[in-house]
Design a binder for this molecule. Structure first.
Ligand SMILES: [Zn+2]
Length: 159
């Protein structure tokens, strides 16, 4: 699939090299590898060159977030690509969820974690939902904060 650009690509654009380097959206935690766009970190209208050191692949959602949602992307002197949210807080890169989980398991073992089927057992034993309780507790909490409810009462189904 061809790489889309913020504007029409020039002849000899580095799209293939960019796809080879980034392999998908570079936004922290994003795993999208298809429908990605080449984004100019320094916008081309402000003199940003269409060269690998000024480009990053972003999926459509994150490309829009950078252009319209206030997120920022920068390339550091060492070539690292960093993102920040609209308040300027750095978004920490999340470990990739692509591929094998062997590295995660090895990390857990190295840290002494033994994660298995009994690690986080639920307390649910298969009993039916007490819908009256499930509805009345949040409603009671709301009526304490907001006063008497003007909403019609919700009857719990019987049986
Ligand atoms: Zn993305």
């Amino acid at each position: 699939m061809p790489t889309r650009w913020c504007r029409s690509p020039r002849a000899g654009s580095p799209g293939a090299t960019l796809r080879s380097r980034d392999r998908g959206c570079r936004y922290p935690g994003c795993t999208h590898t298809r429908f990605v766009d080449g984004h100019h970190v320094e916008h081309w209208a402000r003199g940003g060159a269409t060269r690998l050191s000024n480009l990053v692949l972003l999926c459509r959602r994150h490309h829009r977030l950078v252009h319209e949602g206030g997120a920022a992307v920068r390339v550091l002197d060492d070539g690292a690509i960093v993102f920040a949210d609209a308040l300027g807080r750095r978004i920490v890169d999340a470990p990739s969820t692509r591929g094998s989980t062997d590295a995660i398991v090895a990390t857990h073992r190295a840290e002494g974690l033994r994660i298995g089927p009994g690690t986080a057992p639920g307390r649910w034993a298969g009993e039916g939902l007490d819908l009256g309780l499930a509805v009345s507790v949040p409603c009671a909490s709301t009526s304490v904060r907001e006063g008497p409810s003007t909403r019609p009462a919700i009857a719990a189904p019987s049986g």
